[in-house]
Design a protein around this ligand. Sequence first.
Ligand code: AMP
Length: 607
Amino acid sequence: MSTETTENPETTIRFSELNLAPAVLKAVEEVGYESPSPIQAESIPHLLAGRDLLGQAQTGTGKTAAFSLPLLSRLDLSRQSPQILVLTPTRELAIQVAEAMQTYARYMQGFHVLPVYGGQGMDTQLRQLKRGVHVVVGTPGRILDHLRRRTLVLDQLSALVLDEADEMLRMGFIDDVEVILEHTPATRQVALFSATMPDVIRRVAKRHLKNPVEIHIKSKTTTVSTIKQRYWQVSGLHKLDALTRILEVEDFEAILVFVRTKTATVELAEKLEARGYSSAPLNGDMNQSVREKTVERLKSGDLDIVIATDVAARGLDVERISHVINYDIPTDTEAYVHRIGRTGRAGRKGEAILFVSPREQSMLRAIERATHQPITPMQLPTHEDIVDRRITQFKQTITDTLEAEDLTFFEDLINKYQAEHDIGLSEIASALAFLVQKKRPLLMKKKPEPVAAKAFSDRPPRERSERGERGERPERSERRERPDTGPEAGMQRFRIEVGREHNVQPKHIVGAIANEAGIDSANIGHIKLYDSYSTVDLPQDISRDAVRLLKKVWVCGQQLHLSLAEDRSGGAGDVRASKPRAPRKPSTFKPDFKAADSRSKPPRKRS
Ligand code: AMP
């Protein structure tokens, strides 16, 4: 039996009750979120009131909107100098936050936000900074660089956000963050968000935040033991294609699919209808009678798939729901528990499937921790699985029809046809089978199978680099234990001119490459440190631009001078033959990055 502590994990407050500026409210309502996530409901009033804030929240909780909506509401558009600065650990996050802010500021005329990160031309950034921006979002290294060149002046700053502070610490940015904090007016408001609160972060908060409100979104949880929970790591295939593959092979009675926005409920329902699945949306914009009818159709079996938002599915109690699919991961663990509690009703068994993108790994772990239940990784059904499944279903349809129907009329008809045309029964049956399956062929054209995300493991990419898989173990013992077999398939070994004697650590190299060249850290392979230089495995299809950029990047006071390892040593990773270049020191400014960064009934489907 499933036990829950709550049927209403969502906050009941509405965005319209939060006193956001009208332009910001209009934009957020257009995005289609139904209600503020817990971190938003808690943070927005305090940030609107100008308080400093220390928020413990991970990616996926909606923290970007939690700080963006109130800070944008307080923005003075007539002042052209930066009023809000958001520091993020990676360029990807900087871009993501800048884009989210642009969306929320859609109705704020003349609003300018600038993402600032390493690897992007300094000139473009300078031009835009000169033109005047209201919000700057960037990685600490590049922001500090601009501060030192006086191309970014923060004396008019009214708010500073430290996003994913623990990641900035892990990537070695925390000193830079403190220097930046010191370049800001004492009157500025500070919001610090971190998934964890190590002592160092607490100390930074103590030193720079004034009487902050502390927000920790705790989960009151809940066990859901009759529900089998699985997740699919989103990679190489669109979520819609993944969902239809799952629908093909899962034995389901009825399915509830959760998405984040009202618009997405309608769009996904339409797409599934177009692919032959009877489905309907369920969201808060639909009037009560339409919502009730949809639920009635689901209960009666007239409808099998409902695409819902959290709010619209509150308290939904339909025994037929055999599966809950979290198409979009929820913004908090409570919402997850509520969502999957829509299956496994009345003591039945239930199945829950969660789609998790690489950036949402931490929310997956938070859900596992909160529910005290493992969520097991699942493989998507292959092309062959789907063909096997279609053939089994087709055979079953023949058996069921032979058992259930009076076929005398058709037997006579076929016998006459056979006599008239002098052909075998199997040929006639084949023609009829073809007609029956015409719209849903048993043999499909094979599409290429999705390629699994490179280097993906159960652990999030950043954790991997932290554990030092990429070479933090001493190189000599590693070589003794594990002969070097060269780079993995699809990877190429490069040499960089920074090594142990420069006190470099793999995380510095990962951080610099990820941020400067925009290569996802999951795609950075093995790193080996030698005394005066190191080797790093990078994707074979790395762009020329990225290589050019990485030649110039500075790490631990050394320019990387990236080059192909084979070019110089005659063998990947064979370093004794190579002669390291004399280290060169940067003359003027500090490098950008000190440390850079199953049910027995067959599914009902339309065919
Ligand atoms: P974040 O934690 O800021 O990375 O946000 C994670 C995701 O949640 C983003 O895709 C947001 O668009 C989405 N999101 C933010 N606020 C809400 C909300 N109130 N309701 C539903 N989704 C939201």
